[in-house]
Design a protein around this ligand. Structure first.
Ligand code: PSU
Ligand code: MN
Length: 306
């Protein structure tokens, strides 16, 4: 059985895994807390459709009434998108959500953990959580990073958002032993922008190379994640001037209002979307679709190695 302990795997995902067919995990915090309602419900559905059209089974991950689920039915997917009481769940929150029967959206950390536990090896998201600016004082570093250190999953992302300290995030990924490769790029992508000033040690150009790295990691008994950093095509990126202006405002407001803990990321994202007049929202959605396309290719290559 693909399921272990109390994680419920949908029939479609269970069958695909058993048959060695490609599966891609999708996170739900992006839907519930990263994108505004009602646009988020449209995106949640479209991401799954995009995968199915590419011959890949989608496995959106969330906790429904306390039950961790890998693969959601339509009503649960829409509930995650629509219900304002859906909480944000990282790994440490999962036991309490279970005990209290809460419904919650899973972060990159919690999604990775639940997906990997049931044998899903490829995951598409938007941007990873990382080290926040000023973390030297605030200690605000996403639990995504430490979870990826011990979770064997391949995460396709567009880098991390510039709301974070990109350099510090890359340093922590190195310390934690998380493998990072650029997908058809030699610089770490900047989520809204295709490039940052940070060079990467590794570049891959084909999905089969990512699958080969996954096999090699397994052969070595490694347990860390592989981050595949895929830049958004330049014609879809945000205007760099607008980006820099809004970033400065968003960071200043978060600090003035004393936003703390797990509210920091959603606050910055919402401010960004509002202050760019929705432009960053479109870029964000395009980035996720781009990552899903890359993840689908990687999942197919991984299934072919089976
Ligand atoms: N970064 C984004 N969009 C997002 C998130 C991060 O560009 O939606 C979400 C992801 O679910 C990520 C989480 O795992 O925020 C990180 O939150 P925190 O910094 O509180 O760990
Ligand atoms: Mn935080």
């Amino acid at each position: 059985m693909a399921g272990r302990s109390n994680i419920v795997v949908s029939a479609a995902v269970r069958q695909a895994l058993a048959a060695g067919e490609p599966v891609v995990a999708l996170e739900s915090t992006l839907i519930a807390h990263g994108l505004p309602r009602p646009r988020n419900r449209e995106v949640a559905t479209q991401l799954e459709t995009q995968l199915r059209e590419q011959g890949v089974t989608p496995a959106t991950v969330a906790v429904i009434d306390g039950v961790p689920r890998v693969g959601l039915d339509k009503p649960d997917l829409l509930r995650i998108a629509d219900d304002p009481h859906v909480v944000k769940l990282s790994v440490r929150d999962l036991p309490v959500a279970r005990a209290t029967g809460r419904t919650g959206a899973t972060t990159v950390a919690a999604t990775s953990l639940l997906a990997a536990r049931v044998g899903v090896r490829v995951f598409a998201t938007g941007g990873l959580g990382g080290v926040h600016r000023g973390a030297g004082d605030s200690y605000d570093e996403s639990a995504d990073l430490v979870t990826l250190a011990t979770t064997p999953i391949t995460v396709v992302c567009a880098g991390v958002k510039s709301i974070l300290d990109v350099g510090a995030t890359l340093e922590r990924l190195e310390t934690l032993g998380v493998t990072v490769v650029g997908y058809r790029t030699s610089t770490f992508p900047g989520f809204y922008l295709p490039h940052t000033s940070y060079d990467l040690d590794w570049r891959v150009s084909e999905p089969a190379q990512v699958a080969a790295a996954m096999s090699a990691a397994d052969d070595l008994g490694l347990r860390n994640a592989i981050v595949v950093a895929a830049p958004l095509p330049v014609e879809l990126a945000l205007d760099p001037g607008l980006h820099d202006r809004v970033l400065a405002d968003a960071l200043a407001w978060a600090s003035e209002r004393g936003i703390r803990g797990k509210s920091v990321t959603p606050f910055l994202l919402e401010t960004f979307h509002r202050e760019t007049g929705g432009a960053s929202l479109e870029v964000n959605i395009n980035a996720v679709h781009n990552n899903v396309a890359v993840a689908a290719d990687v999942a197919r290559a991984w299934a072919a190695t089976g």
